[in-house]
Design a protein around this ligand. Structure first.
Ligand SMILES: [Zn+2]
Length: 266
């Protein structure tokens, strides 16, 4: 029996987002949702390696001391900005908590588990992932005709005594989601902190002041159009390349290794 959120995949695709449907997702859930009011944002706290290493746990649930039957969220969000569509029914993601007068998180809020360890070595989040996070939430709120962006809530706000996820500023995040809902043009990609690198070891990354010629070399290597601009598409392709080659998929290219291949900074 299909549950009510069978629209999730198409709505995200219509927003221009990458989607992978996990087989059986339309029929997966703990029960039917209630009236859907908004979105609850999480990070997985999973492994540093891979694009969506927590996917299997999100589908099946956790075993052991803190066992919890799956599915653990309707959506997973990979480091490359791909949405994994897991379930169309109710999921065990909220736990005890409250927001704007409701305590029924699991039946009222759609859970998005974005892949991030929550640790320092996994920060800043890839812009391609944050961009997809904001656009996905905006598309969902618009589809359910929820104009009030405060129905996009962080788990750390819903359950402040138990949870710290996600580890980004929710007010800033909501403002960016609201801007998308209002039809504003996407803002410029925020620049990442400038690194002290010698010219021989130039580092290429999204948002940095990259050398277009070096970027073109990288783009040729990872198979995207060589326009010299290190955008979200290039970052995603670099991640895919790194993952395929057993490197840390951080989307950052160390310039000194251009001759031999694309390499993460480690
Ligand atoms: Zn959470």
């Amino acid at each position: 029996m299909a549950y009510q959120l069978t629209w999730l995949s198409q709505v995200l695709q219509d927003a221009g987002l990458k989607v992978i449907e996990c087989p059986g997702w339309q029929d997966r859930g703990r029960a039917e949702m209630g009236k859907v009011l908004g979105v609850l944002c999480h990070y997985t706290g999973g492994s540093r390696q891979g694009n969506m290493p927590t996917l299997d746990i999100l589908i099946k649930g956790r075993t052991g001391a803190d066992a919890l039957p799956g599915p653990l969220s309707q959506l997973g969000l990979g480091r490359d900005g791909t949405y994994y569509i897991i379930a169309a029914g109710r999921c065990n993601h909220a736990g005890p908590g409250a927001w704007k007068g409701i305590t029924s998180g699991n039946s009222s809020l759609i859970g998005i588990e974005a892949e991030n360890t929550g640790a320092k070595n996994d920060s800043p989040w890839p812009e391609v992932q944050m961009d997809a996070y904001r656009r996905g939430v905006a598309a969902i709120l618009q589809y359910i005709k929820q104009p009030d962006v405060t129905w996009c809530v962080g788990h750390k706000e819903y359950a402040p005594t138990r949870k710290v996820d996600p580890n980004f500023d929710m007010d800033e995040f909501r403002a960016a989601v609201k801007a998308i809902m209002d039809g504003a043009k996407p803002t410029a990609t925020p620049a990442l902190p400038t690194e002290q690198v010698s010219p021989q070891r130039a580092t290429l990354r999204l948002g940095a002041d990259n050398d277009p010629d070096l970027v073109k070399l990288v783009q040729a290597k990872v198979g995207v159009p060589a326009d010299g601009v290190f955008g979200p598409g290039t970052e995603a392709a670099v991640r895919a390349f790194q993952e395929k080659n057993g490197l840390m998929a951080d989307g950052v290219v160390g310039g000194g290794d251009l001759g031999g291949g694309v390499k993460g900074e480690g």
